[in-house]
Write a protein that binds this ligand. Structure first.
Ligand code: AMP
Length: 284
């Protein structure tokens, strides 16, 4: 069945309130649209964990830098609504920006530590925009559970922190990255890639796999593991934004993988003008 389309904060609040009053559990999946299997995996898991799933489709202007792709971010609302229906989503909140940021808006959420490095260092203000819009969505829907992808690993840690620090009482669920058959992490931004860039983009997942394999065979030092990722990027001429080995929760840099401490390798690189990110757990 086609999902109910919610355009305003007022109708969304009323819809969510009546749902809660009926005693049903609500799952929320925030997105920027142009949906793919990665998004749909979150929605399907939402169905397993709750009675009703809602999604938001909102290209959030406050998380884009001045020279980023806000104006050309891909959009396909009609197709997205059909995809939401196929994944069992009952309601979709798709507001205009002025509904989310009306005149006089002045309150932002800034997660201080976990947003500092990695993408936070390269995209100033990005996670402040993400944290603000996600907080607003969680306060508006008051879902029991909200689902996010590990594809955006730092974002997931930012959201875990704000949920905990602001006592929002929402179960934040992180879901594994859904990949194309050849290993490329699915992303709405993959639509920007030329066939030749699409082919070179595989170096991100290939580099992460190479680093994991190296670690499995006993190499623990960050410099060697990071080097394995860099080699793959360089081999196809992708411009590195960063390659870092970090603690999987705090995201602080590690000089080596230490047994018993969960570690994660994160990479960001440009294929032409398109910025791609990927990450993998590494070590035990
Ligand atoms: P976006 O529309 O890019 O803002 O993503 C919305 C949600 O879908 C975020 O929680 C993302 O982490 C998640 N997501 C995006 N791509 C994937 C993927 N390939 N696998 C799993 N989750 C994803």
């Amino acid at each position: 069945m086609a999902p109910l389309v919610l355009r305003t904060v007022a109708e969304t609040a009323a819809w969510a309130e009546s749902l809660r009053r009926s005693g049903r559990r609500l799952a929320l999946v925030p997105t920027m649209g142009y949906l793919h299997e990665g998004h749909l995996s979150l929605m399907r898991e939402g169905r397993r964990r709750a009675d009703v799933v809602a999604a938001s489709i909102f290209v959030n202007p406050t998380q884009f830098g001045p020279n980023e792709d806000l104006s050309r971010y891909p959009r396909d609302l009609e197709g997205d609504l059909a995809r939401c229906a196929s994944a069992g989503v009952e309601a979709v909140f798709t507001p205009v920006p002025a509904e989310v940021y009306p005149p006089g808006f002045q309150t932002y959420v800034d997660v201080m530590q976990v947003s500092q490095g990695l993408c936070g260092a390269r995209r100033p203000g990005h996670f402040k925009g993400v944290a603000t819009v996600v907080t607003k969505l969680l306060c508006l829907f008051k879902p029991h559970v909200a689902l996010f992808g590990e594809k955006d690993y730092q974002q997931l840690q930012v959201i875990r922190a704000l949920e905990r620090d602001l006592n929002l009482g929402v179960d934040i669920v992180g879901m594994p990255t859904v990949r194309e058959p050849d290993g490329l992490a699915m992303s709405s931004r993959n639509a920007y890639l030329s066939p030749e860039e699409r082919h070179r983009a595989l170096a991100l997942s290939r580099g992460l796999s190479a680093a994991r394999e190296l670690c499995r065979n006993g190499t623990r030092e960050s410099s060697a593991l990071v080097g394995a990722v860099r080699r793959e990027l360089e081999a196809v001429g992708l411009r590195e934004d960063y390659v870092e080995l970090v603690d999987a929760t705090s995201l602080t840099p590690l000089s080596a993988v230490i047994p018993g401490q969960a570690a994660r390798m994160l990479v960001a690189a440009f294929a032409g003008n398109t910025r791609l990110i990927d990450n993998q757990p590494i070590g035990d």
